[in-house]
Design a protein around this ligand. Structure first.
Ligand code: PMP
Length: 305
């Protein structure tokens, strides 16, 4: 099934959406991106796009940091995305990739005096961490401090850090690497935030420990509170606390909620999916498919009824 892109202000077949090799963002990573999921509900023959507006709000905030004036408002980008998904017509889980980038065909390291553009495309994409519970290692790569590369923006250049981490983890036989903040506290994975469960409480690193403020992280915090009556404590976490946690799990748009079985070859809990991680994961899967009426406002239907 052909995919489409919204590129240079129009819908075109994905295969025809090409950029010039002099494009600024290609050379200097001067762009911000998003990852948004569209979740296929086969009973309703519907794709529900999850927390669409929040993703575009984060894109807009990040673009502000990179001194870009986006050609479209958040609401317009939401509308363009729904139209794109409708045009693609997929009947399976999809992944939507918006990009706001310095589009000038010009060299020279800077943020100013450059044109910006916005593009978005959608592709079918199933599970990212394709296992019941993943195996992680603490990375030798650290997250950058906010005054090295701001981590609150999902900026392309920053992802060199994540790519180094992910490949190191896989080379060592793990599924994902957990990076520490510059001051040695637990930060996050290459595309996921991290939580631990200890003595019936959820704990996750605070924004000040170099994390991307994940939308799935926020979803997990809200589901834990509303559905399980569990508060989440945001505080710095020492790496060794992970080894002795009752449960750990990762959250991310691509990874959903993925329980962690082992960290650095130490079993977390009994090394299987923990009770709270499992319950949150089940709740989350129903919510993102539009099957839970309490959270239907988070789900934008792409197809007309
Ligand atoms: N941290 C990093 C580095 C990420 O790339 C992602 C994925 N966007 C996340 C955390 C999780 O964010 P979200 O739940 O918004 O996808």
């Amino acid at each position: 099934m052909p995919s489409y892109a919204f590129f240079h202000n129009q819908f075109v077949p994905l295969a025809e959406a090409k950029i010039n090799i002099m494009t600024h963002a290609l050379h200097y990573g001067t762009a911000v991106f998003e990852g948004i999921r569209g979740n296929w509900n086969s009973q309703q023959q519907q794709i529900y796009i999850f927390r669409l507006k929040e993703h575009y709000q984060r894109l807009e905030d990040g673009s502000h940091l990179l001194r870009m004036n986006l050609p479209h408002s958040v609401d317009e980008m939401c509308r363009i995305t729904v139209e794109l998904v409708r045009k693609c017509g997929f009947k399976e889980d999809i992944y939507i990739r918006p990009l706001a980038y310095k589009s000038s065909e010009a060299l020279g390291v800077r943020l100013h005096n450059l044109d910006n553009d916005f593009l978005v495309f959608a592709i079918p994409w199933g599970r990212y961490l394709d296992m019941d519970a993943c195996r992680c290692g603490i990375s030798s790569w650290r997250r950058p401090a906010d005054n090295v590369i701001p981590h609150s923006a999902k900026s392309n250049g920053l992802y060199i850090n994540d790519a180094c981490n992910k490949s190191e983890a896989m080379d060592k036989g793990f599924d994902e690497g957990i990076m520490l903040s510059p001051d040695g506290h637990v930060s996050e994975g290459s595309g996921e935030n991290i939580f631990l469960v200890k003595d019936g409480k959820l704990v996750t690193p605070p924004v000040s420990n170099s994390i991307l403020v994940g939308i799935t992280r926020d979803t997990a915090i809200k589901l834990a509170k509303n559905e399980l009556g569990m508060e989440t404590i945001e505080r710095p976490i020492d790496p060794a606390e992970l080894y002795t946690a009752d449960e750990c799990f990762l959250t991310g748009t691509a990874a959903h909620i993925t329980p962690i079985a082992e960290i650095d070859n130490r079993k977390i809990g009994n090394g299987r999916v923990g009770e709270i991680s499992g319950r949150l994961q089940q709740l989350y899967f129903e919510v993102i498919k539009g099957n839970n009426p309490r959270y239907i406002d988070w789900c934008t239907p792409a197809y007309k009824k």
